[in-house]
Design a protein around this ligand. Structure first.
Ligand SMILES: [Zn+2]
Length: 261
């Protein structure tokens, strides 16, 4: 067992994970490596201590990244990352070396509850962070992008659908007293689709501002329905101006890993 950790979206909830066994690791090989969120659900539910278990599909995307990070730092000897990138300031290639453990110094617990009220277009909404099961659906949609050329109409349409779906997953009506969940989902779906285009963008901005208020976990950002960790800021060595920094987005899979055989 590793030391317990708190879920960043719900600090009262202590979670304990342990190292996976070889047999369990073989089971993770059933899941395609591209299905990172599906694999995350299977992995974290397997290595959780039974006494404190809660289904990680219901954790926020940031809770899940923290749990994977926790596992990784407890099972990895060399946590240094060596990264080449093209500098947006001077357009040259720089090398950024850092210890992944440094990410933990910018760790944040959520302020208040992991939900916010929003009044919009005479409706009352609840805004919540994206959960693991949402991330799995968005990931499945995103995998569909790979079969289309990036300038094709199918690609652009699917990308827009992902963006609308991500927003729909973040909101629900608090003034809808319908018991049937399917009906509630379809009514908010229709409501969003009937908003004027300018209202839709206003709604996106308001939801995004509330998500910023609820920042929690390791420094990260969700882009096109995918969560990426942010590297510690790197100063451009050519401009040597302390203000000129670059923050790199780290897809989890490239730097940390869920064990496989
Ligand atoms: Zn530079």
């Amino acid at each position: 067992m590793f030391a317990p950790f708190s879920l960043p979206s719900n600090p009262d909830q202590k979670t304990i994970i342990r190292e996976a066994t070889t047999a369990e690791t073989l089971d993770f090989c059933d899941v395609m490596i591209d299905h990172e969120e599906a694999l995350t659900t299977k992995f974290l539910n397997t290595v959780q201590d039974k006494a404190s278990y809660t289904d990680c599909a219901k954790w926020t995307a940031q809770d899940r990244r923290l749990a994977l990070f926790w596992y990784w730092i407890h099972t990895t000897e060399d946590t240094h990352v060596d990264l080449d990138y093209t500098c947006p300031h001077c357009q040259k290639t720089h090398n950024h070396q850092f210890d992944m453990r440094d990410l933990a110094s910018d760790y944040q617990e959520i302020q208040g509850k992991a939900e916010r009220d929003l009044k919009f277009n005479s409706r009352r909404l609840l805004v919540t962070p994206l959960k693991g099961h949402h991330m799995e659906t968005l990931e499945n949609m995103r995998l569909g992008l790979s079969v289309h050329k990036t300038d094709s109409s199918h690609y652009l349409r699917l990308k827009a659908d992902i963006c609308v779906q991500a927003l729909l997953f973040e909101i629900s009506f608090t003034d809808d007293h319908e018991d049937d969940e399917g009906k509630r989902i379809s009514s908010i779906n229709n409501w969003v689709r009937e908003l004027s285009e300018t209202k839709f963008h206003q709604l996106q901005e308001k939801v995004s501002a509330l998500q910023d208020e609820m920042i929690h976990g390791l420094p990260s950002t969700i882009r096109d329905g995918k969560i990426m960790l942010k590297s510690p800021k790197h100063i451009c060595p050519n401009t040597k101006d302390k203000e000129v920094t670059t923050e790199l987005l780290l897809p989890f899979r490239n730097y940390m890993r869920i064990p496989r055989i």
